[in-house]
Design a protein around this ligand. Structure first.
Ligand SMILES: [Zn+2]
Length: 107
């Protein structure tokens, strides 16, 4: 007999502690199906400019760590394999919005 997958204790013992991300294609799914890929507001500085070294230093080492709503890139690795832009409150882990990353206008 094949054994089933072990339950995720954070989602079975306390339903309030379970973090679920709404995927635009698959619907609401458990956090374990996704891979975090960082800050979605990051823009690569232009290389070859006079300020390139300091711009890259700031982009790599001096990132913001906001307390509150934060936009993040997530990859639905165990689902539809879509890149998703999620707005999450870093204080409560509440998911405020999610959308396909390809539909997000670059600002
Ligand atoms: Zn999905």
């Amino acid at each position: 007999m094949r054994k089933g997958r072990a339950p995720n204790p954070t989602c079975t013992e306390n339903q309030g502690a379970c973090v679920r991300i709404p995927c635009p294609f698959c619907g609401e799914r458990d956090l374990s199906e996704f891979a975090y890929h960082g800050d979605a507001s990051y823009r690569r500085p232009a290389p070859g400019t006079e300020r390139a070294v300091s711009d890259f230093y700031e982009a790599v080492y001096l990132r913001a760590n906001p307390a509150g709503p934060h936009t993040e890139l997530w990859y639905h690795v165990s689902g539809c394999r879509s890149w998703i832009r999620v707005t999450r409150d870093t204080r409560t882990h509440e998911i405020l919005a999610s959308e396909l990353a390809q539909q997000v206008e670059v600002r």
